[in-house]
Design a protein around this ligand. Structure first.
Ligand code: FAD
Length: 370
């Protein structure tokens, strides 16, 4: 029987970030990943490292998202040092555009609330007029009435990040094993065994369930309830152009390679990343062109749909099983933005066997009284 310090089920951004953090602390990790056949949010997302609007009414989540944004430069530098991969992190601040006076006043109210709730942690932001926003980004459309801005926001390449995680884990003695679909877990406190296709058995005292929507059938095996579901989103990508946008916005960003990505759709709860909806794409494109009319001149070269892992209240879920200590289950939206917290803050908690600070406030126990 092959033995490891930790088994991680799921090799998307969440499982890989945690596995990377564990590898950095000297643990030998095996990632079991179903592979390129399933719903994988980590390969179809928009790439924002975003904090504005995170955690309204939940200041612990806002702090967690901000801590992650703060840790991102350390993570990017470490991944680059280990693997030579530049993950394309930029954190010049970010803009959220409002296309009507109503949107702008709702946004101003929400940002003021975030600041109030942040207390001593602080929350630096500005509400901008059209003119002020136009001075930050070129060719802003007349329909943009105003915007909110924070200095904390940014973006990164999700695919280079995932690749860098996998490479760094393997360089650190860990194993990434794609094509390994876990159907069953033999669980006892601090003793987890998984039989792989072909019959081989792997064992570790720690288990991390990070299979995205694949967590749904596996959570009950660890004595945990499920509080997540799917939400589809679509992305449009233009041809590459010279650098036009100096900072990301919620719905339009320019990648390090020069493509413009457009994506802010939130659609029905379906486990389906194959169907693309032209009417949704049209709405996304129209809103993007309203923000930046020059976008209308660019060719769309790619488009896809992907499915978010959405906890019922939108906040991440970090659990350690009470029935089987040593087993952890993590499910979240915003796994790009949170990757630095997962690698550098959450993984040490897994290693130490206890979820503390904001993570203990983000356990699924919060749903017990609902
Ligand atoms: C359209 C869209 C836009 C988004 N934009 C952003 C953004 O701008 N910023 C941001 O921070 N977040 C964004 N997200 C969210 C982010 O992509 C996710 O939070 C993150 O990718 C979740 O990672 P994950 O590892 O939990 O899940 P996944 O990426 O789904 O990975 C789960 C992995 O587990 C594997 N798996 C499943 N079941 C099993 C099993 N039984 N055995 C073994 N392996 C299994 C799968 O093969 C998969 O590789 C977006 C998501 C979508 C869909």
């Amino acid at each position: 029987m092959e033995q490891f310090d930790a088994l991680v089920i799921g090799g998307g951004l969440v499982g890989s970030a945690v596995a990377f953090g564990l590898t950095e602390s000297g643990m030998r990790v095996l990632i079991l990943d179903e592979g390129d056949v399933t719903l994988r949010a980590s390969r179809g997302n928009f790439g924002l490292v975003w904090t504005q609007s995170k955690g309204v009414g939940a200041p612990h989540y806002h702090r967690w998202a901000r801590k992650s944004a703060r840790q991102w430069p350390t993570l990017a530098a470490r991944l680059s040092e280990l693997t030579g991969i530049d993950v394309g992190l930029e954190q010049p601040g970010g803009l959220h555009f409002c296309l009507s006076e109503g949107e702008l006043s709702d946004r101003a109210e929400m940002m003021a609330r975030l600041k109030r709730e942040a207390g001593d942690f602080g929350f630096d932001y500005r509400m901008l007029t059209h003119q002020e926003a136009a001075e930050m980004v070129p060719g802003l459309g007349k329909q943009v009435v105003g915007a909110s801005w924070t200095p904390y926001d940014g973006h990164v390449g999700p695919l280079p990040t995932l690749r860098a995680f996998h490479q760094a884990i393997q360089q650190g003695g860990g194993i990434y094993r794609p094509g390994s679909s876990v159907q069953d877990i033999d669980a006892a406190p601090h003793d987890f065994r998984i039989r792989l296709a072909g019959g081989a058995l792997v064992q570790a005292p720690r288990l991390i369930l990070a299979a995205g929507l694949g967590n749904i059938p596996l959570l009950p095996k660890l004595g945990l309830n499920c509080h997540i579901g799917p939400q589809r989103g679509q992305i449009l990508v233009t041809e590459r152009v010279s650098r036009l946008l100096s900072m990301p916005t919620l719905n339009v960003r320019q990648t390090a390679e020069g493509s413009i990505m457009i994506g802010d759709s939130k659609e029905e709860a379906v486990f389906d990343s194959l169907t693309q909806k032209p009417d949704v794409m049209r709405t996304m494109a129209e809103r993007a062109v309203a923000c930046f009319p020059w976008l209308a001149e660019l060719q769309i070269v790619r488009a896809w749909a992907a499915v978010r892992i959405l906890p019922v209240d939108g906040l991440p879920i970090y659990d350690q099983s009470a029935q089987y200590p040593g087993a952890f289950a993590f499910s979240c939206h915003s796994g790009v933005g949170l990757a630095a917290a997962h690698a550098l803050l959450l993984a040490p908690m897994v290693r130490n066997g206890e979820l503390s600070g904001e993570c203990s406030q983000l356990s699924s126990r919060r749903f017990d009284h609902v």
